[in-house]
Every structure is written in C-alpha cells, then in structure tokens.
Design a protein around this ligand. Structure first.
Ligand code: F6R
Length: 260
C-alpha cells in the first residue's frame, strides 16, 4: 500500500486528481469508480478545473458510483445521484449513458445489485476506484462486520455513520437507515484503489486501516490485500501513523507516471 501524506486538503486533492489523470493518460476509455461525501469534493473540483483547461477529456470514460441511500430519489438534494451531478457530472463531458449509480428507489434490490455487478464486469471492470473512509473505518457503506468478500447489496448503516452523515440532513431522523453499496469484494476487484482522507476525525480510522490488522471491523483495512492501493491523507488525518518517515521516504523516491 502506498501512503501519501500531503500538507493540507488542497494538496491532497490535487495529488489524488493527478492519479486519476495518470490513468486517463494511459487509458482514455477507463472505467472510474466514484465516491461521494465531503472528502472527494476537492478532487472533483480539481478534475473539473483540469477539464475546463483542456487538460483532461472524459468523453470515453465510464463511471460506477459506490453507493446510494435507499429511499432517496435521484432528485433528492442529499441523494448521491444529485451530489454527483452537482459536483462533477454536469461540469465534465462523460456521456450520460456511461454513468452508473446504484438506484435508491428500485422495486427489486437483489436483482438490481446483481445487475450492477454484471454491468461492471461487462464494462471490463473498474480501472481506478476513488474511496473515502468513514470514521468507523468503512469504505463505501461497508460498515464494521461487513464480509471482506461482500458484493453489491443492501446494508444497514451503523449508528456512527448515521451520526456522521446527519450534518447533511435537516434532522438525524431524516438520514436513511439503509444503503445500496458495492461490497468490499467488489471494491477489491478494481485495478487501482485511491483512498482520500482529511481531518483529525479520520486519524484513528486511517491508522487502523493502514497499520492495523486486516479485519472486517475496519473494512478499509482490506486495502492491505490489494496490490495497487494508494492512501492519500493530509497532516491531520496522518496524525496516528507510526511509519510516517518511511512512507515519505518511499514517496520522495517515486518516479513520475508515464504518459501515453
Ligand atoms: C460515499 C462513501 C462513504 C464516504 C465516507 C466518508 O460514497 O462511499 O464511504 O466516503 O463516509 O465520507 P466523508 O468524506 O463525507 O467524510
């Protein structure tokens, strides 16, 4: 696992965006896995900026989002459909039919989940998956106890996640209790993983995910099983890491990515 520590949120977001651009430079029709939440906002802003400056083209890109709240229609301001449209899709040139987001309103969740998995496969698998991390160590909505080989399915949100996400809703009671989410196994199938984390509320989860044991109680620790995972953190999120000097030494010696 590569650990990259950046001075602040802005630097971290730029470095993460660069990893996406590196993939698109070698594979313009890449399949990207998208995350929502407050952390990847800076990454999306940077990708939009680069696109508007003519430096990155998304016209052949396909996307798959990690998750969606059950019960929220696409036009609900807190739905992940809405989030992605607002913060990313409306600003770049990804063909509409190439955008895939789990449905929060399907009448048949098991069938939808199977279809979503099949669709990822049909598109050739995910080349780069963007991830955030919950303060309970989750990736996507794979809450503590989720099987490390889980696939796309319905998941009950943990009390911690409901508390954390209440900031986006008018009242805690409005936070949906269920989500449809890619599984940890689905995520591990992506060819490259890029996890971003910022702020001191993430320091413990990052330390557990990067330096703790691989455990379903911290599903982000499953990144240790992946052969191309990058964890990008700012100073505050890095605060609990004990091997910091080593990560910085490795990163400083890293050669630049090749361009197509
Ligand atoms: C959202 C997702 C979640 C978030 C995580 C952190 O698509 O997959 O795992 O990445 O809850 O959210 P923020 O960035 O809001 O702290």
């Amino acid at each position: 696992m590569e650990v990259v520590i950046k001075r602040d949120y802005g630097q971290m977001s730029k470095a993460a965006a660069q990893l996406v651009v590196d993939v698109l430079n070698t594979k313009p029709n890449a399949v990207l896995g998208m995350a929502t939440g407050s952390t990847p906002l800076g990454l999306y802003q940077e990708l939009v900026r680069l696109h508007q400056a003519g430096q990155v083209d998304f016209s052949r890109v396909t996307t798959f989002n990690l998750d969606e709240y059950v019960g929220l229609p696409a036009n609900h301001p807190q739905s992940y459909h809405y989030f992605m449209h607002e913060h990313f899709f409306q600003h770049v040139n990804i063909p509409r039919h190439n955008i895939n987001i789990p449905s929060g309103t399907t009448s048949n969740y098991p069938a939808f989940c199977q279809w979503y998995e099949r669709r990822i496969e049909e598109c050739g698998g995910i080349d780069l998956q963007i991830l955030g991390i919950g303060s309970d160590g989750h990736i996507a909505f794979n809450e503590p106890g989720s099987s490390l080989s889980s696939r796309t399915r319905l998941k009950t949100l943990s009390k911690q996640t409901i508390d954390d996400n209440a900031r986006f809703f008018d009242a805690r009671e409005d936070v949906p209790v269920y989500a449809i989410t890619m599984g940890v196994g689905t995520i591990l199938d992506a060819r490259k993983l890029v996890l971003v984390a910022s702020g001191k509320t993430k320091a413990k989860a990052i330390a557990q995910a990067v330096e703790g044991p691989v455990t379903s109680m911290v599903t982000a620790s499953a990144l240790q099983l992946h052969r191309d995972a990058s964890v990008l953190v700012d100073e505050e999120a890095a605060a609990g890491l004990t091997m910091r000097d080593y990560y910085e030494f490795i990163y400083a010696a890293k050669p630049a990515a090749p361009r197509a």
